[in-house]
Write a protein that binds this ligand. Structure first.
Ligand code: B12
Ligand code: SF4
Length: 517
């Protein structure tokens, strides 16, 4: 995305921020928040950064000039493309800085193969200004420790830099960190287990800013919107741990304040978040979500059996009938659930796939994603797998499997962890089959009864299909023709879909005034 005006300052050229992607759709679903947050953390003296989101369109590397500063944010999935961008920027004579979760975990890699002059580990809010200042005086350090900033330091995103009409959903983060410790997830290890919860006023101010610009759909880009459970409170009470109890109660009260404020925003607004299913046991919380118009939530169901949940240290989830009940509780409060399931767990068997689909149906999930167990760096699963792979001689294009993100996308295996009873192909095919069945036109049309008018039902079908093509197919298909077809289809459908999400801007909207800072 180009087109911002930028001031060139003494000593340095333009500051670029690049969100890398090997596939572009023309339209984006959710705004990549880090781009706009880092733009917000860029001191005025460095001018307005030029933002490029490659999920919209590929980067034009000729835009890099000697003396420019190029910031690239990567997670493991887009690290390889990020490194190509870094190398191109360095060749053009720019200073190259990497950040994001993957660079935090592998700072040396970004320098060795990504052309990085410097890497920021952890949060970028504080470190970015230091990096820019060091760069301007020719004193860049190889690594900056960005640490974990406190909630009052979370930088407000610069939504004024958004090009109108390019994204369907705005994104606002309300909390970082998660108290759980799921074995496949890196969040609790990189962002920490202490919830760093942002004051409701600053969250709402940003949402108001987005609504003024015509965004009525907002993703609360949190990993766990429910960081304090009823059980946490009970345990603190039982232990008579007064100070913990007060901390937890304050966090919970702040959630309610936030939701109360969201409820006062224009009635056409819709929020979506990610949450643990424990919230399904907390009707007061679900009621507040409903009033706040948090109409959808991704719930990490992961596995439908107790054995599966044990495999991934997620015993706090329910299984069997209790699972169906918890998921239905969301639905009964008017909250659509996007159930997220992982296949390929050691205890999975051929029948697990059907059992999972049956739960998805019984629980009346509105959407579902079925992913294959992938050892992402920074997770317990990855550490254990890396150990077992130490003597494995397999190389793809010279890359060991334990560095799978460096293998070109088309050659990347889809299943990494050997399964006790199923082959990699069997897991992939059964996963693909589960997706095909869940997203068959007949099934989607049946589920579309969750909305009323025919127009809304058709919109539901469109959104289900686009969701599946953008996120589901591109990640699973082994055959590159299928990936290409999916991407083309999503590109073609994205434009009409975007129109469904856009709202008339409300430039005069004011924030509701209750709440904490
Ligand atoms: C929202 C979200 C999504 C959205 C993305 C929407 C979008 N356009 O951004 C959706 C739902 C599409 C998504 C999809 C996926 N996601 Co996701 N997602 C997130 C989530 C919850 C929030 C991201 C966010 O906006 N954070 C807010 C910003 C401000 O924080 P940040 O990105 O960390 O940036 C800060 C620092 O990292 C740093 N920084 C970042 N970049 C840079 C660059 C520079 C130069 C500097 C100096 C600093 C810097 O500064 C920022 C401010 O402090 C994160 C978890 C998390 N806590 O971040 C997972 C997360 C990034 N996702 C993850 C995963 C695995 C996925 C999927 C693969 C899931 C799946 N199985 O399909 C897909 C991949 C999609 C794809 N093809 O790329 C993992 C990545 C793990 C890893 N090792 O890479 C995470 C960490 C969650 C997890 N449970 O582990 N995701
Ligand atoms: S998967 Fe969800 S609940 Fe588990 S640690 Fe990660 S963010 Fe927390």
């Amino acid at each position: 995305m180009s087109g911002n005006t930028q001031a060139v300052r003494r000593g340095t050229g333009t500051v670029h921020l690049v969100n890398p992607s090997h596939v572009s759709f023309g339209i984006g679903v959710i705004t990549p928040r880090w781009l706009y947050v880092l733009a917000g953390a860029t001191p005025d003296a460095f001018g307005t950064p030029l933002l490029t989101d490659e999920t919209l369109e590929p980067l034009d590397a000729t835009a890099f000039q000697p003396g420019d500063i190029v910031g690239i944010g990567i997670h493991s999935g887009n690290a390889l493309r990020g490194y190509e961008v870094g190398v191109a920027a360095r060749q053009a004579g720019a200073s190259v800085i990497f950040g994001g979760i993957h660079a935090t975990l592998y700072p040396d890699e970004a320098r060795e193969i990504g052309g990085a002059h410097a890497v920021v580990k952890g949060d970028g809010e504080r470190a970015w200004a230091t990096v820019l200042a060091d760069c301007a005086r020719g004193a860049l350090q190889p690594v900056y420790e960005g640490g974990r900033v406190e909630p009052d330091e979370f930088t407000r995103a610069r939504w004024d830099l958004l090009q109108p009409g390019r994204y369907m959903w705005g994104s606002v983060q309300t909390v970082r960190g998660c108290p759980k410790h799921c074995s496949f997830c890196s969040v609790w290890r990189t962002d920490g287990q202490r919830p760093r919860q942002r004051g409701s006023n600053s969250v709402v101010d940003e949402i108001v800013d987005l609504r003024r610009r015509g965004f009525r759909f907002i993703a609360l880009a949190d990993d766990n919107f429910y960081p304090v459970t009823l059980d946490d409170l009970r345990q603190a009470e039982r232990r008579q741990d007064r100070s913990r109890l007060e901390t937890l109660q304050a966090l919970r009260a702040e959630r309610f304040t936030l939701m109360e404020q969201l409820a006062q925003l224009p009635s056409d607004m819709v929020f979506f978040t990610q949450i643990t299913m424990e919230a399904g046991e907390d009707p007061e919380f679900l009621d507040a979500m409903h009033r706040a118009r948090i109409k959808g939530a991704l719930v990490g169901v992961e596995a439908v059996t107790p054995e599966g949940l044990k495999d991934i240290y997620k015993d706090f989830n329910a299984s069997g009938d209790a699972l169906v009940e918890r998921l239905r509780a969301f639905q009964q409060h008017g909250i659509h659930v996007l159930g997220s399931f992982i296949f390929g767990l050691p205890s999975d068997r051929a029948e697990t796939f059907d059992a999972t689909l049956a739960v998805a149906e019984r629980a009346r999930l509105t959407f579902a994603q079925f992913v294959m167990l992938t050892p992402f760096p920074g997770t317990i699963d990855f550490a254990a797998w890396e150990k077992t792979m130490a003597a494995d001689p397999t190389r793809i294009g010279g890359i060991p499997l334990t560095r799978h993100w460096l293998i070109p996308q088309a050659l990347r295996p889809k299943v990494y962890v050997p399964h006790p009873t199923m082959s990699a192909d069997e897991i992939r095919e059964r996963t693909q089959n589960a997706r095909d069945r869940f997203y068959s036109l007949r099934q989607i049309w049946g589920r579309s009864r969750c909305v009323r008018s025919i127009k809304s039902r058709l919109a539901f079908v469109l959104i289900s299909k686009i969701y599946r093509q953008m996120y589901a197919n591109t990640g699973i298909a082994t055959d590159s023709a299928r990936v290409g077809r999916s991407a083309r289809w999503a590109r073609w459908m994205a434009k009409p879909c975007q129109r469904l999400f856009a709202a008339r801007p409300m430039p005069d909207l004011m924030a509701p005034s209750v709440g904490t800072g």
